[in-house]
Structures are given as C-alpha cells and as structure tokens.
Write a protein that binds this ligand. Structure first.
Ligand code: SF4
Length: 787
C-alpha cells in the first residue's frame, strides 16, 4: 500500500475514492499474485475491509474463494427508495449517531400513483404521502443525506445520472439497483437492515459470488434493442437452471452498446435471478459491464467530464512495478475464468416479448402471434406502457419518437392507451427541450410523473378494466408478476422493448408484428413502420429541469428534528431491542405451532400492509396471519393458556403486554422467499426469543440473528411432535454458547401442563459475530456501540 501511495502522490489529483480503490487493488494484486481476475472480482475485492484476512484465509491462492468465502466489504455509498428507506432510517436513528459513515441518498419514487398525468398525479401523491415524505426529508436533513423529492426521478435512473461511477461499490435498498452496473459500478440490492449496517460503518458481508460470463459478439440489427438481450437471457438462464451470481458481460459486442442500453440489461438481472433458487443461497447478486467509450460519452453528457479524466489517469497509472496486472483496468484480465459462459451473437438476436406473469417466458417476436393464438391469450392490447427505471433513456425515447412521427405522418394514433414514465426529471426536461415530449403528447400519450407508478402497482387505470377481467398489456418495465401493474391478477402483462410496445400500441393488437405487418390508415392504405432510429444521447448536455425537483444536499444538522407525529399510523420511532438476559432463557411459551410452508410473506404479508412499513407496531398486526396452526389446521388461529382463541398477532400482542416471551415452532424452510426484514423485526417486537424449526431459509435465519432472535433447528425432526402450543420452554446451554462465540450445543427443555419434562436437542448456526448480535439484543445495538 505504501508503494502505491508513493506512486499516487506523483499522480495528478486522483479523487479520494479512486486513490482508495487503487491502494486496495494493489493490495489485492500483492495477495493474489498473477491470478487472472474478472472485472467484478477486481472491484469487489478492492472493497474488502481486510484484503489479507478475506483472500488469504479463504483460498488456495484465491482460486477456491468463489461461492465459499465470506467477504467483509466496505461499500462506498447507500441509496434508498422511499418505501424501504423508512425502516432503514428508523433503525439508523435508533443507533443515535450524528451522521452515516458513508454517503447516502433517499429517493421518493414508489408512492406516486400514475393516473391522469404528471402534474395532477404528483400533487395527489404528495398529499397522500405527505407525512412519509416529510419524515424522509427531515431525516435527510438531520443526517446529511441527499434527498430527492417526489417527482425528481426513479432511484436507479437518478443514481445512474448522479452517483454511479466506474469502480465504485454501492448498496441500494431496491432489487433493481444493479442498473448502475451499466456504468461499471457494483451495486447490490439489499434490505434495510443491511443498508443500516453499511451506514453505521460496519463491514457488509457477502458470500464471494460466482461469476457468470456473458460474451457478446456482433451488433444489434434494426428493431432489436439492448432490452432484447436481457429478455433472451431471461429465457436462457431459466432453461439452464439460472445459476445466480454476478453476471459479467464481455466480448466485442459490448463496445457496440450505448451506456443506457448496458444499464437496461443490468437492471433486469434481479428479475431473472429471483427466479433462481440459488439467489436464496447467495443472498445478493448483480451484473456489470466493462467501461467503454459509450460510458465516457454518458459521463460527459451528464456533466461529469472530470470523472472521465480521473478514469483515464487511474488506468494509466502503474501500481507496484511495471507489470501490466498492476494497472487498474475496467475490464476483465485477459484469460480470466468464469464459472460458466453464455454466448450471444447480437447480430442474430430478434426482438422478444416475455410473459405473461413471469419474466423468463421469452417468446421471439416472430413466434408471438401464433403463441397468442395457441394459448388463447387476449388479442386485444389494452395498454402500452413505456419508460420506468429500466427503459427511459434518451436513446429509448428518441427511437420511440421516430415511430410516432412515422405514424403521425400516416394519420395514425395509438389504438391502445399509451403511457410514458420518464425515469428522472433530467431525462424528462431534456426530452421536453428537444421536442420529444411534444411528439408523445401529440400522439395522445399520457406522460406520467417521474416515478415508479404502474411498474409497482401504483396505477389507476382509466379504461375501466375491472379486477377479474382478463386483458393484455405490454410494458417496457422489468417485472411482470401477476397483479404487479394494476393489482388485477387477470391482467396479462408482457415485457418488451419500448419500440415494440409502442408499435403494438398503434395496432392495439397482441398479434401484430411491426417488422412484417401493416396497419390500415384512416384513408384505407396499408402503413408499415420503418425500423426505429434514435440518438444515443442529446447533442448538448442534459437539462437539469424543474428547480423544485432537484436534490437537497446538505451537511448533517444535529439540531434538525425528525418529523414523526405521535399519532401517525404510518411511522413510529423504534426503540432498540433490550440485550439478552445474563442467563439462559426460561419461562418462554410456545405461541403457535405451524405446519406447512411458512414464507417471509406468511410471517409479514405485503400488499396493503406496505403502507405500514415505517410503523412497527401497526405492521406487526399482520404477523403470521396466514400461517396454518399445526394442531387445528386453522389459518391464523392461536390459543391462550386459558383456551381462548385469538389471531396469531393478537395473541402475540396480548403476551407482549403481559410480559410473556415466546417462541414459534415450525417445519421446513422457514422464512423462504424474499429477504424481508420485517419478518424478523415483527416477531422480535412482539416478544419472540426463539424460532424452533425443522430447517430455515438461510437469509431469514441470518435476519433473525441480526434482530436478536435465536434460530434453532431440531436435531431430530421427529421431536417436532414432542412440543405443543402453550408448552413452557427454557434453554440449556444457550447462554454459554453465546458467550463462547457460537461454540457449544443448545437444548430446549419443554415442560408440559402435566409437569412432564422433555429435553429436545437442537442445532444452531450461530457464528462468533452473530453471538455478539444476539447478546447485544440486535446487530445494530452491537455495531453502533463499536463506533
Ligand atoms: Fe422498481 Fe419499477 Fe420503480 Fe424501477 S420503476 S424502481 S423496477 S418499481
């Protein structure tokens, strides 16, 4: 490191981020020698908290680290969207720190409903969610975080335009955070608790990912767009079982793509990896592209020319010695090995339409018509929606504009409703300046506010399609799970590129193929679209747009008050959980014994409950409310010690009020599904100390430990039958195990009403760090103490 610093001292003004990156990278090279590294590994390992500890102790010369070692990483920043930021900030506040250890930003995008158009929708959204936005803004002021007000843009677009930078590592509290991988930034989508760990300055843990290489050759043809690369890959990965991991693109085809095209491809990685069971094992994943000339052009267009110069300096600069490995290059080393390689020839790719209800059902456009007919899907297209964080780039929008102009010249208007969601105020204002928005509006398109809207179910449809009515829509978004867009489980939602969505909206038909078919014009002629064309970026830098929609960026202000009304139903301050008692647990009772699947959705349901994400007491009233009682077969039923029947959350609350701590008993894969932190927070809040099951989903098991709940599994599954609801439970060996940093065995002593005692042996996977979390009451209690 010192030799690197010496070299750096002669370099002209590398910013601290790159100086740090360079120093760490030099250390990585020193430890790994001549091992060839992929781009993702270079960036990831250059963010290790302790390079030697992570790489040397886990590796045979580094080779075996993937999929095995636990990396302790120091991310450069955290980005949060408004829905998930609430609990993240509440947890951060409970640590009593003056400011976060790393820069952070908050983006108000998920809570605005798309209906009639930007202005009115934004106003209505602000009205409905005022207390949440006020809270987020006041917390941003107090802790010196960047605050992007409602209407400023969608998190991933705003991050790409402002914060993403080649070589950085970021965490985002949203699953499409990998979008920034287009600009060579490792960005991982995480839950609020993980984000807070990074905010308090603790190293963030990640299992060293496997690296899946995607080699791109050739060049995209007319009508084919970067979106089709990921739509096709979605189908392919599913066929091959979707390995999950970091997906890294390489090959000559990469140089032919625009920066925003690369981001579109990265954006959707989570959508497809969510389909893979591997994700549940790995816990985090992302996607990355090398730095190319189009990356430099994008940085220039977004007023970041200095970054381009810094990158040039960094890449020219030798580390220790003149070995070419010592240079930091934003691409993989020649000869770097991937765990698996998929090859895509861009020249042979055709447009895809994926869906309905799953992003991996990839259907080539040429086969879509016959598939619609075979499957008897609706032939009428009800709506076409373009934009969102995935596809609202200047290139996307100007390609669409070229189609709209052709259609207008032929006297055509879209036959289906046509909506446009700009990803940010910057892109919206630039499109307005350059006349593109006028073209959209001229075609009868409805420009929605710069927010998520219909992509996340915040869509009030104007066409009167009722819940339960089968209909087809086409979007350029990134997910299409059932009910995702309008809450109607019978809306068949297909994904395609913005240009395909647009052309098909003109036909109003799902069987139309714009590459081959014609539409009748009002005067009876056949009109055929020519291939779309657009501009990669504006000819002059992007506009910054409406002043009131710009970022509020400020130093931390300790005197600022965080706005939470004591009568709020949506927000409540969090009290830190109390530490573990100085002895084994005793006097616990089994609240309920659960049978069958128990996912994080069973433990903390989503849907209408999302509204209470920032109010732990209120959202806790849904705890386990779809769980099946193993003893009675009833859903959401639990029995108090006097035999009275309650809902599970009601009994939990009753026991909490009574000071009666409890445990739940369940079967296999407890906590599978999304990594929802509320599924650990809620039981803890209501008084759970232990969860005793046949097996856990790994991420949820970790989340429980982070919130101070002890996850135990039956050593003998048959012992599940020896414990019943209402039984009294104490632990034997738990306190000692925790004090010994996770070493030792734990038994559960069950006392029946009859006085009979049963000793049940259990297993645990508590590590030294996690033992510390549990003893402190939660990971945050411990981590914030260490600062
Ligand atoms: Fe998520 Fe859709 Fe919003 Fe993008 S636009 S951040 S995918 S909800």
């Amino acid at each position: 490191a010192s030799s690197a610093r010496r070299h750096l001292s002669t370099a002209q003004s590398l910013p601290p981020t790159y100086e740090k990156l360079f120093n760490k990278y030099t250390e990585v090279r020193r430890v790994l020698g001549k091992q060839r590294l992929t781009l993702a590994e270079k960036i990831l390992y250059s963010h290790l908290h302790n390079v030697e500890e992570s790489l040397l102790s886990n590796t045979d010369n580094g080779r075996s680290i993937r999929g095995k070692a636990n990396l302790r990483l120091n991310p450069d920043r955290v980005n949060m969207q408004d829905a998930s930021a609430q609990m993240a900030l509440l947890q951060f506040m409970s640590c009593n720190l003056a400011r976060p250890a790393i820069p952070a930003s908050i983006h108000c995008d998920h809570l605005i409903v798309g209906y009639k158009g930007a202005e009115g929708d934004l106003e209505a959204g602000i009205q409905t969610n005022k207390e949440v936005f006020d809270f987020l803004e006041s917390a941003a002021r107090k802790y010196g975080m960047d605050f992007w007000p409602p209407g400023a843009g969608i998190i991933h677009q705003t991050v790409l335009e402002n914060y993403a930078l080649p070589g950085l590592m970021m965490l985002g509290t949203d699953s499409h955070s990998p979008n920034a991988g287009g600009l060579t930034t490792i960005t991982i989508g995480v839950g609020g608790a993980d984000a807070v760990e990074a905010l308090v300055g603790a190293p963030w843990e990640l299992k060293a990912p496997k690296i899946l290489g995607v080699e791109l050759t050739g060049k995209l043809n007319d009508w084919v767009s970067p979106k089709d690369v990921i739509l096709r890959l979605a189908g392919e990965l599913t066929v091959r079982g979707g390995t999950g991991s970091i997906i890294e693109y390489f090959g000559p085809g990469v140089d032919t793509l625009s920066l925003t095209g690369k981001s579109t491809i990265c954006n959707m990685v989570r959508s497809l990896l969510l389909l893979s069971s591997y994700l549940a094992e790995v816990g985090a994943t992302t996607s990355i592209f090398p730095y190319t000339e189009s990356s430099a052009r994008y940085l220039e267009a977004t007023s970041r020319s200095q970054a381009v110069r810094n990158i040039e300096t960094l890449q020219k600069f030798p580390g220790s010695g003149a070995d070419k490995d010592a240079y930091f290059r934003f691409s993989a080393d020649e000869g770097a090995e991937y765990d698996k390689v998929i090859r895509i020839d861009l020249s042979t790719l055709e447009p895809y339409i994926n869906g309905p209800f799953t992003p991996d059902l990839a259907i080539p456009l040429s086969k879509f018509k016959e598939t619609v007919k075979d499957q008897q899907w609706p032939e009428k297209l009800s709506a076409g929606l373009i934009g969102s964080c995935t596809n609202s780039s200047y290139e996307d929008m100007t390609r669409v504009e070229s189609l709209l102009k052709q259609a207008a010249a032929a006297g055509l208007k879209p036959s289906a409703d046509f909506y446009i969601t700009p990803g940010s105020e910057q892109i919206r204002a630039t499109l307005e300046r350059d006349g593109t928005l006028e073209t959209f509006e001229g075609a009868g398109g409805i420009v929605l506010s710069n927010a998520c809207g219909p992509c996340i179910g915040q869509w009030k449809r104007k066409d009167g399609v009722e819940k339960g009515t089968a209909n087809a829509i086409l979007t350029s978004y990134n997910r299409n799970f059932r009910g995702r867009n309008d809450g109607n489980p019978d809306t068949m939602n297909f994904l395609a590129s913005p240009e395909i969505v647009t052309a098909m909206a003109f036909a109003g038909s799902t069987t139309f193929n714009p590459m081959t078919d014609a539409i009748k014009t009002p005067d009876g002629k056949d009109f055929k679209f020519s291939a779309p064309h657009g501009l990669e970026g504006p000819s002059t830098p992007f506009e910054s747009g409406n002043e009131s929609l710009r970022v509020l960026s400020q130093e931390a202000d300790a005197s600022a008050q965080v706005a939470i009304s004591p009568t709020s139903e949506r927000l409540a301050f969090l009290d830190p959980f109390p530490p573990f008692p100085g002895s084994d647990l005793s006097g616990l009772r089994v609240l309920v014994k659960i049978t069958g699947k128990c996912t994080t959705d069973t433990i903390s349901a989503a849907g209408p409950w999302l509204k209470y994400k920032g109010h732990l007491p209120n959202i806790s009233t849904n705890t386990l409310n779809t769980a099946i009682n193993a003893e009675t077969g009833e859903v959401n039923a639990a029995y108090d010690l006097d035999g009275s029947k309650h809902t599970i959350p009601d009994l939990g609350q009753l026991w909490k009020d009574r000071g009666q701590e409890w445990l739940v008993v369940a079967e296999h894969n407890y906590g599978e599904g999304s990594a929802r932190e509320h599924a650990a927070l809620q039981p803890r809040y209501l008084g759970a100390r232990i969860v005793l099951v046949k097996s856990f989903a790994r991420i949820h098991e970790t989340n429980l430990k982070k919130q101070g709940v002890v996850p135990l599994t039956f050593e003998n599954e048959a012992d599940f039958d020896k414990i019943a609801a209402g039984d009294q439970v104490s632990t034997v060996g738990l306190y000692e195990m925790l004090q010994n940093g996770g070493k030792g065995t734990v038994q559960v002593k069950v006392t029946k009403d009859s006085g009979e005692e049963v000793l049940i042996p259990t297993k645990h996977a508590v590590t030294k760090d996690q033992a510390g979390f549990i003893l402190a009451g939660s990971a945050l209690n411990l981590l914030s103490k260490g600062l």
